[in-house]
Design a protein around this ligand. Structure first.
Ligand code: CUA
Length: 340
């Protein structure tokens, strides 16, 4: 018996140690608890306020509970049922009024902040971005700037950005924890949300609604640039969208041929090509392949050879490419640079 208890304790302490270690897991700039913009800050304030009240209520109730258990326990020699008490107006009023007051303390700032945030939902001054969620990637269109991109959202720091979010297939949710959110993307409907990054930097976004086999891999990157750098980016992207670079040399030229034959039906470069897959105009300067792997030759080749293995359930078919075709495509896709 003793050894089994010892084993259980060892297991329990291992699990607890592991839990402690795992609490340190997490990616930089992917936490609602470390806000990087005004929306996330206000939302964190509400989370802290309501959590503090809940923890306070829990502790007080538990302390009273423990006190009563110990103080009024059955003592040696005590027999029979204790004196029965029923009804106490004062106490009943007290424990009705206290939760009522606590709910008011939570409701007033919650409603005020919700309405305050909603005021900005039709801000014409804000940078407008149309977001379309797909299984399992993100499309970003800047209607006023003539720019269309995917997977890597670029925004100006210190400015409000108004998102109009929808979905091309199932329900997803658009969430950039460090900046605020989240909001559902529903097929056939457009929801609105605005966010702002205070400082230039890299943030990460995730899909926050179970949407299929690769829901957990439906990540995107957010790059907040200084306002002038953003304007520069937008200008170059617009130019590249209107007139995508048509020149490629050496191996990249072979890659371009394969792309024109096998990929362009689904993927556009600039305004040329299909819209079923991510737009690849500036693919060569993106940091990630498929939103999750480093955008280097090895990971891009793995993706091209077997997309289903990297992101199960996605809609990209396996083109059964030969190794030399893959290398040519890698060369070509990495040559697609707009701002460098
Ligand atoms: Cu898209 Cu989960």
């Amino acid at each position: 018996m003793k050894s089994r208890w010892q084993l259980n304790w060892r297991l329990l302490s291992m699990v607890m140690a592991l839990a402690l270690v795992l609490t340190g897991c997490g990616r930089e700039n992917l936490s609602a608890l470390v806000p990087k913009g005004p929306v996330a800050e206000q939302q964190l304030f509400l989370m802290v306020l309501t959590s503090a009240i809940m923890i306070g209520v829990f502790l007080i109730v538990m302390i009273i509970f423990a006190y009563v258990l110990i103080r009024y326990r059955q003592r040696p020699g005590q027999t029979g049922i204790p004196k029965q008490v029923e009804g106490n107006h004062k106490l009943e009023i007290l424990w009705t009024v206290i939760p009522f007051l606590l709910l008011i303390v939570m409701a007033v700032p919650t409603v005020a902040i919700a309405f305050d945030l909603a005021k900005e939902y039709n801000n014409k001054e804000a940078v407008q971005v149309n977001v379309t969620a797909h299984q399992f990637w993100w499309e970003f269109e800047y209607p006023d700037l003539g720019v269309r991109t995917a997977q890597e959202l670029v925004i100006p720091a210190g400015k409000k950005v108004q998102f109009h979010v929808t979905s091309a297939d199932v329900i997803h949710a658009f969430w950039i924890p460090a900046l605020g959110g989240k909001i559902d993307t529903n097929p056939g409907l457009t929801n609105k949300i605005w966010l702002e990054a205070k400082e230039p930097g890299t943030y990460y976004g995730k899909c926050a609604e179970l949407c299929g086999a690769s829901h957990a891999l439906m990540d995107f990157k957010v790059q907040a640039l200084e306002a002038s750098a953003f304007d520069d980016w937008a200008k170059k992207m617009k130019a590249a969208t209107e007139a995508p670079a048509a020149t490629a040399t050496g191996t990249a030229a072979q890659g371009r041929e394969i792309f024109q034959k096998s990929c362009i039906g689904c993927h556009a470069i600039g305004s040329e090509g299909g819209k079923l897959g991510p737009n690849l105009t500036n693919f060569g300067e993106r940091k990630l392949v498929a939103g999750i792997k480093p955008n280097d030759a090895q990971h891009l080749a793995e993706w091209l050879k077997n997309p289903q293995e990297v992101k199960p359930g996605n809609t990209m078919p396996n083109l059964n490419l030969q190794d030399d075709q893959v290398s040519a495509l890698v060369e070509y896709l990495h040559s697609l640079k707009v701002t460098q």
